[in-house]
Design a protein around this ligand. Structure first.
Ligand code: CO
Length: 462
């Protein structure tokens, strides 16, 4: 927008011509600041024209005036600058053109025609052995070479943020979960500009309730409705060129669950803080558990210490591969394998009032083609057909029965079972703690860049 890239270019152009800066009085600065504010408003409203658009010189002066005004109240310059950046991020991210509608209808790619998407959060590496990374010219160069990958995953993250921001309002008691999921998925498809395997949904929308920790989405005919006392985990994914954003949050309406949600949210943030290049996965797990289990929640007169579910983990992510091989434990005692430069990780934690241990249960909805199995002999023609459909539509991304329904497949359950039995398709049934318990989950996708850690899916909400 006016304040973003264009303005800096204009300023640079003026400086190139002579480099002299005009001295302005405080009132002049204020007037100029107002003028630029007006021009910005006009541009936002689409009323920009050559007469009212300030020329480069005025823009530069106004920019300086704004900075001078900001710095004039005695606040240290550094602190002020940080504040200003935050404000800019909230108003309109750099490079964003126009505004999203409500409900959202504009693909995120069209809101950022420059192809440069917002960076949600960058965290410097704090471990001694990583301190050199932030300033290394060599590592910066390494990052420039992979910037396309960064833009793909940042775009997918922006879609995730916009979809969840809108859908949160729809997650109210009384909503039918199947309708909610389909609505969410439709917004995802629109905002990501769904295009075969190149851009789309990365996996089915999880909306696991209460003691169900993960991998539940309604199948056709499931009329489950969200209740006031339910604890619902919304876990959904977006992808561009196979670069997946996997991020989840918990929705509850009864405030009695708040400490349970907070335990998982803070445990996930602790995991993100601990993560880094050459950091051992077991150390991340231990840090997560310590935070998680420092929380208690009182439900109907009984106090529970929140437990980290010990057989659930975060995971590394690779192109078109949601679980790429490394697990990020959420309790102590895990593997000493290290995180590496360039890796993507889903840092996710599950806090429970139950045993803190899950089993598979209930009807399956989630399935995924095994990433490594090459081919298997199939005798059943219907199974052969279904495998072709799955490979063309989902590749190695996870899908659910509803996704097969919507592309017109019918009476496929026998064929699907056959593919599961042959090992080429893997079923992922719901994962549940004991009945009567409650589980909360928060999850972010992070990227261990050479120079810093980027929390791709971070938003104002979590
Ligand atoms: Co995940």
């Amino acid at each position: 927008m006016v304040e973003g890239g264009e303005n800096q270019q204009a300023a640079a152009a003026v400086e190139g011509e002579g480099g002299e800066k005009k001295e302005l009085s405080k009132s002049q600065r204020k007037r100029l600041a107002k003028k630029i504010q007006k021009a910005k408003t006009r541009q936002l409203l689409g009323e920009e024209n050559a007469d009212v658009a300030p020329n480069a010189e005025v823009q530069q002066a106004a920019q300086e005036a704004l900075e001078a005004i900001n710095a004039s109240d005695g606040t240290p310059a550094k602190k002020k600058k940080k504040k200003k950046n935050n404000r800019k991020k909230k108003k309109a991210p750099q490079g964003m053109v126009g505004e999203q509608t409500d409900p959202p209808t504009i693909p995120v790619a069209d809101l950022y025609p420059s192809g440069v998407f917002p960076i949600a959060e960058e965290i410097p590496y704090h471990q001694d052995f990583n301190l050199h990374r932030e300033t290394s010219a060599e590592l910066r160069e390494a990052e420039r070479l992979i910037k396309d990958v960064y833009q793909d995953v940042r775009q997918a993250a922006e879609v995730h943020r916009q979809v969840r921001q809108h859908m949160r309002k729809k997650m109210v008691p009384g909503v039918k979960l199947i309708d909610m999921c389909e609505e969410l998925e439709n917004f995802s498809r629109t905002l990501i500009k769904e295009n075969g395997l190149k851009a789309g949904i990365a996996f089915p929308t999880g909306c696991s309730l209460n003691h169900v920790a993960a991998h539940y989405t309604p199948n056709k005919g499931d009329n489950t409705v969200l209740g006031y006392d339910d604890v619902m985990k919304i876990d959904f994914g977006t992808q561009i060129n196979g670069r997946i954003i996997d991020s989840a949050f918990t929705v509850s309406h009864n405030p009695k669950y708040d400490p349970l949600l907070e335990a998982s949210r803070e445990a996930t943030n602790q995991g993100i803080k601990e993560a880094g290049i050459d950091v051992r996965l077991c150390d991340v797990g231990a840090a997560i558990q310590e935070v998680m289990e420092s929380y208690e929640v009182e439900l109907d007169g009984k106090t529970y210490q929140v437990k980290s579910i010990r057989n659930l983990t975060g995971h590394s992510i690779a192109p078109y591969q949601i679980h790429a091989g490394k697990s990020v434990p959420i309790v102590k005692g895990g593997e000493a394998t290290k995180m590496e430069e360039g890796e993507f990780f889903a840092i996710e934690t599950f806090g429970s009032t139950g045993r803190g241990y899950i089993n598979e249960d209930m009807e399956c909805s989630h399935y995924m083609r095994d990433f490594d199995v090459q081919r298997v002999p199939l005798r059943m023609p219907k199974a052969k057909h279904l495998l072709g459909v799955i490979e063309r539509n989902f590749g190695t991304l996870a899908f659910c029965r509803r996704f097969l329904d919507r592309i017109g497949e019918e009476k496929y359950l026998m064929a699907l079972k056959n593919l599961c039995d042959s090992g080429i398709i893997v079923p992922y049934p719901p994962l549940v703690d004991v009945k009567g318990s409650y589980v909360a989950q928060y999850e972010h996708t992070i990227l261990l860049r050479p120079t810093c850690k980027e929390v791709l899916s971070r938003g104002d909400d979590y």
